[in-house]
Design a protein around this ligand. Structure first.
Ligand SMILES: [Zn+2]
Length: 66
């Protein structure tokens, strides 16, 4: 119940290089990788949400098990 933790957590994929990150939906259709305010390792800021059922992916960002 941390303050400011009401954003939805998701998995997002970089549209440029396909890297996967744990991400927050900060607004509609706008995702940011957790711990990466500068965006992807490739410099892109465009991410596509990925279904969280994809659980065996190699996340580059920080993710916490439930
Ligand atoms: Zn990228």
């Amino acid at each position: 119940m941390a303050d400011g933790d009401e954003n939805r957590r998701s998995i997002a994929m970089c549209e440029e290089c396909g890297a996967l990150y744990a991400a927050l939906e900060i607004s509609e259709d706008d995702y940011r990788p957790i711990g990466r305010r500068d965006g992807c390792q490739c410099g892109s800021l465009e991410f596509t949400p990925v279904d969280e059922s994809v659980s065996d992916i190699d996340l580059e960002g920080d993710v916490t098990d439930e």
